[in-house]
Design a protein around this ligand. Sequence first.
Ligand code: GFB
Length: 315
Amino acid sequence: MATIMMDRSEKIFVAGHHGLVGSALIRHLESEGFHNLPRRDRSQLDLADERAVQSFFAVEKPSIVIVAAAKVGGIKANNDFPVEFLFDNLRMQNNIIRAAHEAAVRKLLFLGSSCIYPKFAPQPIPETALLSGPLEPTNEAYAIAKIAGIKLCHAYAREYGANFISAMPTNLFGPNDNFDLDTSHALPALLRKAHEAKTSGAREVVVWGSGRPRREFLHVDDLASACLFLLENYDSPEIINVGCGEDISIRELAELICDVVGFTGELAWDGTKPDGTPRKLLDVTKLHNLGWHATIPLRDGIAQTYDWFLKNVAH
Ligand code: GFB
């Protein structure tokens, strides 16, 4: 197992650096002293365009690549747009992974998702649960795309000896998240709803589903720290989970968010919306054994994200 500290001048391309995950990666890498981080916004480089991606890699020749570019969304967006979640993600990740191999990058980190695991996987979910049962229907398209990405990295490792690794983060949140009520994940949606209910003097906040599903939430700054840790300490093509090791019910999450925001009204339940997977808690033994642990407590992470929301979205 490599434990060598990476050279801070190594050229690292973070694909998707405007998103929740990519922006956290850039923040973390810069705070750790990395300064050779080529950036292209969407108007300069369309990651769905195979030729454009190939020529970007041929010109820039990054040494390290992190695949944080993806079409993502909450339960409703995943359920409503399976074509885009499958097709756009396959296209972007195929382009990036192949171009990275052709440009002989030293190492690539592909980011998957905890939704790659079967709907009724054992809890906490070990890495070995991959492809051991049927997927959750609401996010099957996204999960299939991510599984294809994992398998492509694995294939490059097996066939060409590439150092392409894959990490599976649990549900993420933090600055630069999507706060659109139709397409976002539960945590940012509930933050916004609680804030708007408080400021408008509404009596209730509407929460989707039954409130019984359980989810594990990891602050994206913790994920960024785990990614650098894995780049420096993990060289296996076998997938590795990244989480905090604790989950809560959606009801508990809604109550916690209302408390942080200062909304004192009621919760109302919209049973027309799906619950999705009953529980998604990752087994993070493998990551813990390597020596990495999450450090941001959920309440602190939510308070920090609310602060970011107030400064950047609410006004
Ligand atoms: O975060 P979320 O959209 O996605 O929903 P998943 C988690 C749970 O929160 C579900 C409930 O049971 C939702 O019904 N929920 C309650 C809400 N209120 C709300 C709300 O206002 N908005 C939303 N969005 N949910 C996603 C997958 O699944 O997880 C993706 O669809 C991805 O593919 C992501 O893997 C991490 O956790 O169910």
